[in-house]
Design a protein. Structure first.
Length: 125
């Protein structure tokens, strides 16, 4: 037997003719030189691992779940303590001369809902 026509299996260390040698990927950039028997064994082992991994993962489902609407912002000093209710204030018209926004207020508001500033708020009525 010519030594150039045989290779050694890296798994079982058997001298194998060159036509019965297979390259099996070991990692992303390395291959393993194995005989036909070891190649069949490694293929079956890798297929069972791949199928086990895919069976264990639950399928991804895109289900629409609407979010709850946001509650209006109330500053800490105006928040009621537990058991206490907000003061009932009659609705009134307010005007922000900074952004020229006119709005109606039903509670004690100290800032413009449009620009968030409080320096140029004017009570209209």
């Amino acid at each position: 037997m010519d030594i150039r026509k045989t290779r050694t299996c890296e798994r079982c260390s058997v001298q194998t003719p060159l036509d019965k040698v297979r390259l099996i990927p070991k990692s992303q950039d390395k291959n393993v030189l194995v005989c036909m028997d070891c190649a069949e064994f490694l293929k079956k082992a890798s297929m069972s691992r791949v199928s086990d991994i895919t069976l264990k993962q639950p399928p991804i489902k895109n289900i629409y779940a609407p979010k709850e609407p946001l509650k209006p912002f109330v500053p800490k000093e105006l928040r009621p303590s537990p058991g206490q209710k907000l003061k009932e204030v009659p609705p009134r018209q307010m005007f922000c001369s900074r952004c020229k926004y006119e709005f109606t207020v039903k509670a004690a508001v100290k800032v413009c809902p449009y620009c968030g500033r409080d320096d140029k708020l004017v009570r209209k009525s």
